[in-house]
Design a protein around this ligand. Structure first.
Ligand code: HEC
Length: 92
């Protein structure tokens, strides 16, 4: 029982401390997928600066294609720190 609680807490803390956790389904665990059958660029093909400016642009409505509304929803809850962390992790 103790083990189960420990595993549960580990998963929970991972989800809450990792701003990229909710992106995995579309962009892949390692940022290697083009989301929703090719509707987005592949994150690991982008530079750090491109990822940062795309995320800030989705937040303030100055960036994006046909599905930018979806990414606005995804980006609104991210802090500048979260965005830097994600860009540094996946960008070239
Ligand atoms: C439901 C699927 C989905 C989720 C979840 C999602 N994205 Fe996206 N993402 C997309 C789509 C679709 C696009 C292309 C949107 C457009 O038309 O501009 C995109 C675009 C992007 C881009 C710009 C790439 C480009 O094509 O210009 C970045 C960077 C990005 N997403 C990062 C993230 C991050 C970081 C998260 C998590 C906080 C996230 N996404 C969550 C589907 C998703």
């Amino acid at each position: 029982m103790k083990k189960i609680i420990l595993i549960f807490l580990t998963i929970l803390s991972f989800v809450y401390s990792n701003p990229y956790a909710k992106c995995v389904g579309c962009h892949g665990v390692n940022g290697e997928k083009a989301a929703l059958n090719g509707k987005s660029k592949i994150l690991i093909d982008m530079t750090k600066a491109e990822i940062k400016s795309a995320m800030h642009g989705y937040k303030d409505g100055t960036y994006g294609g046909a599905m930018k509304g979806l990414m606005k929803g995804q980006s609104m809850s991210l802090s500048d720190n979260d965005i830097n962390e994600i860009a540094n992790k996946f960008g070239k």
